[in-house]
Design a protein around this ligand. Sequence first.
Ligand code: ADP
Ligand code: MG
Length: 347
Amino acid sequence: MLEVTSLRKSYDSFEFGPVDLEVGDEVLSVLGPSGSGKTTLLSLIAGTIDSDGGTISLNGNRLDGRPLQERRTGLVFQDGALFPHMTARENIEYAATDGDRIETLASLLEITDVLDRRPRTLSGGERQRVALARTLAANPDALLLDEPLSSLDAPIRRRLRGELYSLFESLEIPVIYVTHDQRTATALGDRTVIFRDGTIEQIGSPTTVINRPATPFVAEFTGNENLFDATVVERGEDAVRLRIGDVHLRATKTDAAETAVTVCIHPSRIRVHAPTDGVGTRRENSASGTIDRWLNEGDEYRAEITLDDAPITVTATIRPPHFERLAIDADSSVRISIRPEAIHCLC
Ligand code: ADP
Ligand code: MG
């Protein structure tokens, strides 16, 4: 268990913290814009910089104030930072506490064939895996990764992401994985923490952070541009009725006590139907609208739809086969529908 309490660091123009965190034998992904303090968090835990206050403990032992060699935390950077004059094997041996583990790690990370090569002759993906092997060879009690995949091409990143997931699971130590890429944070994290200006904006499961963001900042940062002002017109036992313009929506119960709320609906949760599709009309929470424009993002289409009965434009993501069936043109009429549980009210 890695525990951080009231951790603080001041720079001339940046205040980090106070930050409180508990990380068990799990992967905590840290997501946040550039300059939000993600690297500072890892550096404070690893001991490459000193904190101005607060405590850090790992498995019950205080780390703060101890030199970095004694902390038993493994830190992996974006560029891997391998020694250029050593082969991959020598790099790993240099850090290893137990020479016997090198072959095991190499086969686990699929770098056995490149062990006798120098870093500059390796591909980006191979270099990152050697860097990870080097860090794991030291048998750390916690693993800290600072955007290790961000310099890699998308296909390699996707493949490594899959491999890392099973690797992290097998380690059974606290893993903190810093990224500014929401997909990586979601794919790898058991929990995700969103940083903003040096403090925690929200922490929760990746699904919670995406579908039930606590603040507009989190919503926008996780790719959710659907934030609308709505009025609560009726509160029931386990549902509320909302109104946006002349569109009435039923949503699951909200803790918000106010009448004026901000409603947040993830673009992937908005279903788009052909106007003639009876299902779209019969569904509750359905509305008609016009497609203003769309963007083909490869794995999905992102469509902007202006509603007929409310002064809002919603963004919906549509899977390619469905998009093609809809035969959408600019100015196409469509119906949208939203399940009540997909409507989230921000307080
Ligand atoms: P992130 O990793 O989220 O991009 P960082 O933790 O690297 O952010 O940096 C957070 C802020 O702290 C930035 O504004 C950065 O300029 C500032 N900062 C980081 N290191 C130093 C330093 N050694 N001296 C002064 N300011 C720093
Ligand atoms: Mg950083």
